[in-house]
Design a protein around this ligand. Structure first.
Ligand SMILES: [Zn+2]
Length: 147
């Protein structure tokens, strides 16, 4: 349920982990403490037990992100540095390095590519990226264009 919020926060450069089910509150807190991560939860009790947590009440993604950035403001330059799938760090790649991984048309049309060093997912600055950028600017009131 908070998976979407988690993905957007990764796009903004936050090191967030999404815990779904099957582990106890105590274990979640322990894990967040160890890695110094911010905990996103809908559970009021759990939130009260861990200082660095955000109690999410809205179901609207824009509201959720606004609430979050009002508490933890995003550092400029960190947007688009993490993989939305696995939280790994993205590395700049050239088109040649990605031959065979992307459609030739994509390689020809764009010049900036990034690849996750953990899971290998490839990102590029296409229309999808521009849309995300616009949305982020709307939410944070900052221009996150680092190019
Ligand atoms: Zn990844």
């Amino acid at each position: 349920m908070l998976g979407r919020m988690c993905r957007w926060l990764r796009i903004l450069g936050f090191d967030v982990e999404y815990v779904s089910t099957g582990i106890s509150d105590g274990e979640i807190i322990e894990m967040c403490r160890k890695t110094d991560r911010i905990l996103l939860t809908r559970d009021r009790e759990l939130s009260a037990r861990y200082g660095k947590s955000v109690l999410v009440e809205s179901t609207d993604i824009d509201d959720q992100l606004r609430q979050f950035v009002a508490i933890y403001s995003p550092e400029s330059g960190l947007a688009f540095t993490r993989c939305t799938e696995c939280n790994g760090e993205l590395q700049r790649r050239s088109g040649e390095e990605l031959q065979g991984l992307l459609e030739p048309g994509t390689l020809k049309s764009y010049s900036e590519f990034y690849q996750c060093e953990k899971c290998g997912t490839v990102y590029w600055k296409g229309p999808h990226y521009r849309n995300m950028e616009k949305r982020i600017t709307g939410i944070t009131g900052q221009n996150e264009n680092t190019a």
